[in-house]
Design a binder for this molecule. Sequence first.
Ligand SMILES: [Zn+2]
Length: 272
Amino acid sequence: MKRPYACRTLNPPMLVSELISNVSATWDKQLVQATFLPMDVQVILGIPLCTRNVPDFWAWHHEKHGFFSVKSAYNMLVATRNRREAWLEEGPGPSSSRAEERAWKHLWKTQVPGKVRMFLWRLSKYSLPTNDVQAHRHMSDSPCCGLCGARDSWHHSLVECTSSRSVWALMNEEITHKIITTTEPKAKQWLFTLMDSMSHKDFVLVAVTLLSIWYARRKAIHEAIFQSPHATHGFITSFISELEVESGEGQEVLPLQSAGMKVETFLAVLLS
Ligand SMILES: [Zn+2]
């Protein structure tokens, strides 16, 4: 069942019957032309009209006959999911190289709860509401950090700001060194480089730390609730051990789906 491409008017007729002349029982050509684009007008005027009096009914767009079927609803849901996944994974587009495609897949497979993975994705897409981004969108008066007053950016918020530095300083030296010496200006490349230069276990730790720093900053800036770097570090350690308990000792791959609920709840409780 085809749909018109677009309407030309702000308030198009709601019912098909409004497009039909009562007197002649034919399409109201003038109204059809005023409502739809020329290519749609041609198709609509070509549809033969029923001369019997049939009551109005809701038509299901995904079946030719207009009647709802579970099969077509299922197909529609699967197609929608596939489209969303392709979008989230940034499937091979004309501008993405194979290396980048691989890096995205790798990043997307990081064995962390969905909330952490979504945070990494938002970071790489510059969709974290840091003040520089907010000011650019005219949603903040100042592009400066709400904690220290320096110019804000994803890197400032998560790495350079004094409170964030203090959290990184409590991590093991190797990770701290990598965080400081990885200087890619773009968040996405910065994440990819970190991911390639460390073990999966360390990258999970980095991902959880980034999210924890972000939450602690939001609490401090928006609710004036200040968490000490040691408290943030303590949370990260508990979170990671919870993940490890869920994954089982010595197991390389974390069964996320089964771990998901408990860890999400844990995160919600600790961060609330
Ligand atoms: Zn700052």
